[in-house]
Design a binder for this molecule. Structure first.
Ligand SMILES: Nc1ncnc2c1ncn2[C@@H]1O[C@H](COP(=O)(O)OP(=O)(O)OP(=O)(O)O)[C@@H](O)[C@H]1O
Length: 310
């Protein structure tokens, strides 16, 4: 794959009302790729380097369209900048036939859905990426190349997979994850809907977002209680003398549920059960990623099965 195969970025959001009411102080600062955390008790600092460190905490105004834009001279990162750095490369790779995945990970209420999906006019990476994909598709005037886009959207809620494009209540136990020796993992029965333009994707995304399980907690009024995976399958069919060749790519865009502490979210009953499923699956995901890193570095020879059952 061209460029770096893995990129890591962090983003700091503005204080919410609860944090403002509590008189919270920001202990994070960002400069270039570096994120610095200051211990307010002894002023000790620790610096961490990432591919991108996005300052979205202060120094922005809302324009007449409701868009949050940087104040002159500030280092505020808006939605478009985050897309340009993270989403654009994913799209470029898809044109070249590579699969790609983008995960948003963080504590509950930290801004994952804002960065991935967005709120109101502040569209996130997923809608911008879909819009840019269709802009390019519409510009294609090569008659020997046919471009096809399909869309699916699922959630993993309490360890069960549900198709978000289907309104009906999910079947007992949820959809099953299967493995095909040729094409890899897939979700049996998941709808993969062919889409012809951005408007159709926008409608599907809206429908899926409404179906997604959210609830209010002390930490976030619109907390996602499930992990969400949007897959955009992009196929380029090239006509040849003898028939056709297809170059296909899956773009997986994942908005994870946030990690949480039961005493901070005030969770009881269903919320508590969801919170514990969320934390368990996030730690499993962490194990899977470190196992993959070990495999890539040659530190481990075998995959272990139990980690991929979630
Ligand atoms: N960069 C940002 N600029 C402005 N507001 C933001 C930003 N990031 C997050 N917010 C606001 O913070 C609140 C929480 O964000 P969001 O719902 O995206 O969190 P989350 O990490 O997805 O939470 P959860 O895991 O509980 O679903 C929302 O009201 C959102 O509008």
């Amino acid at each position: 794959m061209p460029g770096d195969s893995v990129k890591v970025a962090v983003r700091v959001r503005p204080f919410n009302q609860r944090e403002k009411n509590a008189g919270s102080k920001c202990i994070i600062s960002m400069s270039g790729q570096t994120t610095t955390i200051k211990n307010p008790e002894n002023n000790e600092t620790k610096a961490f380097s990432f591919d991108h460190s996005y300052w979205s905490h202060t120094d922005f105004d809302e324009n007449e369209l409701g868009l949050n834009i940087a104040k002159a001279g500030s280092n505020y990162s808006d939605q478009r900048q985050v897309y340009n750095d993270l989403g654009k490369g994913v799209l470029d790779n898809a044109w070249q036939g590579y699969n790609a995945a983008l995960f948003a990970y963080g504590q509950t209420g930290s801004g994952k859905s804002y960065s991935m999906i967005g709120y109101g006019s502040n569209k996130g990476i997923v809608p911008i990426l879909c819009e840019e994909l269709f802009k390019a598709v519409e510009q294609n005037d090569d008659k020997s190349k046919q471009l096809q886009v399909s869309f699916s959207m699922l959630e993993i809620y309490n360890e069960q997979v549900r198709d978000l494009l289907v309104k009906a209540k999910p079947q007992q136990g949820g959809l099953k994850i299967r493995q095909n020796p040729q094409s890899g993992f897939y979700v049996e029965g998941l709808r993969l809907v062919p889409v012809r333009n951005y408007k159709e994707i926008e409608n599907l995304m809206e429908q899926g977002t409404v179906n997604r399980t959210t609830a209010s907690t002390n930490m976030n009024a619109t907390s996602s209680r499930s992990h969400m995976v949007i897959t955009i399958r992009f196929a380029q069919v090239f006509q040849t003398d003898g028939g056709s060749n297809t170059r296909s790519s899956d773009i997986n865009l994942v908005d994870l549920a946030g990690s949480e502490r039961a005493d901070s979210t005030g969770a009881t009953g269903d919320r508590l059960k969801e919170g514990s499923a969320i934390n368990q699956s996030l730690s499993t995901l962490g194990n899977v990623i470190s196992a993959l890193a070990d495999l890539a570095m040659g530190r481990r020879k075998h995959w272990f099965h139990t980690e991929i059952q979630c």
